[in-house]
Design a protein. Sequence first.
Length: 364
Amino acid sequence: WLTSDNMHHQWLLLAACFWVIFMFMVASKFITLTFKDPDGYGAKQEPLILTAVTKVEEVHVPEEKHWPEEFQPTGKGFSGNLIHQPLVHMERLELLRNVCKDAALRDLSHTAVSKFVLDRIFVCDKHKILFCQTPKVGNTQWKKVLIVLNGAFSSIEEIPENIVHDHEKNGLPRLSSFSDSEIKKRLNLYFKFFIVRDPFERLISAFKDKFVHNPRFEPWYRHEIAPGIIRKYRKNRTETKGLQFEDFVRYLGDPNHRWLDVQFGDHIIHWVTYVELCAPCEIAYSVIGHHETLEDDAPYILKAAGIDHLVSYPTIPPGITVYNRTKVERYFAGISKRDIRRLYARFEGDFKLFGYREPDFLLN
């Protein structure tokens, strides 16, 4: 009888233990669900990623080029900031779309997808990539990347500098070389990107490169374009010095600049707006890189395009992409507010579309 009673107590104790464990598991699950931190990474990240995927689909990124599910640093050149890059790029595209809808800026943000625009877009059919060239933002390096991808050379180091911009030898077809139907197909299906930079700093870079440190193989900037600007826009006609930045600013800010642009031809690509070059409100770009964050943007673009295992963006020298506010202020220091405001009025679309602030010296 005692043995039977002991076994009965043991079974009751065992059942009680199972019941306590079961209740503990239920309570633990309830606590986890109830008190999970709403500001934690997991709670916020899921809707952001879902939103990002939706936005990419809205701009017609081809199915095989959708953003990867995980954006963890996985190779050489990826910085710790890359994990945050998808949101940055989605915000850039969202800003672009919102500004494109702004009726007040329509004349500054919209342009026809003309032959001029199609001539700026280079094609890599092998990997379904379109790259719109925006001079003075490191485009030579991106051309090298595409030249390697197209198979003309096996590595970036092998490409002679004189070949990069020789479009008969570098193996880079322009989008304008295709039929209308082929152009539309590529615009709808291919991964598309371009790079921007602070608009005023880009103009300074163009001025220095083409009129101050003018290469011997580009004589027309110094001997044809500079005299044309001086004749039209220099206030002191007795001055005999070469083109000054002040002359350049007056030319660019003139609402009637186009008649002179026609005479200069395609050489104006180094200083016309991003809108005129790439038609960002008409063409649904997949990514817009910024020169100021190129160290992060370049590997992100390669990964998003699915080519990071095939080629790397050339090494960027330290400090080369940093915005130099002191330099910009120095160049504009001796120029009248009227001329600067007219220049800003022309490039306002570029400032607004890509999130660049109006310069402080215009606000003072």
